[in-house]
Design a protein around this ligand. Structure first.
Ligand code: GLU
Length: 417
């Protein structure tokens, strides 16, 4: 699916659009287009059978003008430097759009976690963390989960980092298990944020969320929790999918039941109450009110954008839509809630976790969700306002805010020497 365009090309083209409208100096534009630092590592890992497998990984730190670097770590067989660089850049804009005091980073390890044991993943994670030790830290760069990494992965990172420091440093990583200082609400926060922004968009457009038909591509942490929240709010989940394919029922699927089925069988495929199975490509083109891509980049391209029937596109994934597809969606007046706004709930809750760890406080779920709601609703309306003022679409408006704030920070810091 449209995989021939690199996410980095997409990210650079988006930056170009914003830079032009903001009339950025070429020096600032070039500075923003490159990561401050890229660490590429080779990670020898002992496998359960005694063999040593050497994995490739990296950590890309884009810009830290507004605060320490922040961003997830992705384990995936297709991870490469261009993808991680794009993801780091999107983190920078994302943190600026919701105005939390971080810069953007991302890590990646090229591996297939589905084929690895828990012990192998632990050794890989610890060795990778070991190689990152001089580059991460609570005031330097704070990792978090991303695709195929989770709270357990973060616990191993915290432990490895803490062992080397000689004392416990929970604030070195976010998305941890609650028992280790993780924040209540963090696991669901990305999805809750997606649904909050979808709700605001639906209000704007006069779409009733109750009974609205929603299709969700991807049934990992973000896709599953988005489907669950949407279902709890009274919407109708008509399709969900995972890497193997999807299931569809225009009458609605119960995401809790689909989740149970996936837990048992490893896939959403074969779910009994489905009317039929659909491919990941076909899911995007289904008749529905709201489409939520919650998987990988480059899913909506010039090849299929014209066939999308949803009224609202809520980008839970990072980089699911290419610039050519954006033009088509704009023409079709589909309301796109761009990734750097729609999925910013995750990093916002990470920020809450970091603040709780640094202050040695614990917040209730109500406190976390209230603050999340406030930040995301404000960000949504800030972007919506910029969209009207600049007579543009939501993507460009979000980029104008995000890139604009980072550019302003860079200029205000000045250049040394
Ligand atoms: N991986 C998530 C993202 O892409 C969360 C990052 C974080 O919490 O630092 O936004």
């Amino acid at each position: 699916m449209g995989g021939d365009i690199s996410p980095l090309d997409v990210a650079l083209e988006q930056l170009e659009i914003a830079a032009q409208i903001l009339d950025l100096d070429s020096g600032v534009h070039v500075f923003l287009s490159r990561p401050k630092r890229t660490l590429s590592v080779s990670i020898p890992t002992k496998m359960d059978d005694g063999e040593v497998c050497v994995y490739w990984g990296c950590r890309v730190q884009h810009i830290d003008a507004r605060g320490p670097f922040k961003g997830g770590i992705r384990y995936h067989p297709n991870v490469d430097l261009a993808e991680v660089t794009a993801l780091a850049m999107w983190m920078t804009w994302k943190c600026a759009v919701v105005d939390i005091p971080y810069g953007g980073a991302k890590g990646g390890v090229c591996c297939n976690p589905k084929e690895m044991s828990k012990a192998e993943l632990e050794r890989l994670t610890r060795r990778y963390t070991n190689m990152l030790l001089d580059f991460i830290g609570p005031h330097r760069d704070v990792p978090a989960p991303d695709i195929y990494t989770d709270a357990q992965t973060m616990a191993w990172i915290m432990d490895t980092y803490s062992r080397f420091k000689g004392y416990s440093v929970p604030e070195c990583v976010t998305g941890k298990p609650i028992i280790l200082g993780g924040s209540k609400g963090r696991t669901e926060a990305t999805s809750l944020g997606v649904m909050i922004s979808v709700r605001e968009a639906a209000k704007d457009l006069g779409v009733k969320l109750k009974r609205a038909a929603i299709a969700v591509q991807g049934f990992g942490t973000v896709g599953w929790n988005a489907a669950k929240i949407a279902h709890d709010w009274g919407a109708k989940i008509v399709a969900v999918s995972d890497s193997r394919g999807g299931v569809y029922n225009p009458e609605g699927l119960n995401p809790y039941k689909v989740f149970e089925h996936k837990e048992k069988t490893g896939s959403v495929l074969g779910f009994k109450k489905a009317r039929r199975e659909v491919t990941n490509e076909a899911l995007l083109e289904l008749k529905c009110d709201i489409l939520i891509p919650a998987a990988l980049e480059n899913q909506i391209t010039k090849a299929n954008a014209g066939k999308i029937k949803a009224k609202i596109l809520g980008e839970a994934a990072n980089g699911p839509t290419t610039p050519r597809a954006d033009e088509i969606l704009s023409e079709k007046r589909i309301f796109v809630i761009p990734d750097i706004l729609a999925n910013a709930g995750g990093v916002t809750a990470s920020y809450f976790e970091w603040v709780q760890n640094l202050t040695r406080e614990r917040w209730t779920l109500e406190q976390v969700n209230q603050k999340l709601e406030r930040i995301l609703v404000k960000a949504f309306h800030d972007v919506d306002k910029t969209k009207s003022e600049e007579e543009t679409n939501m993507r460009t408006a979000a980029l104008l805010l995000g890139v604009g704030r980072v550019a302003e920070a860079i200029k205000t810091l000045g250049l040394w020497p």
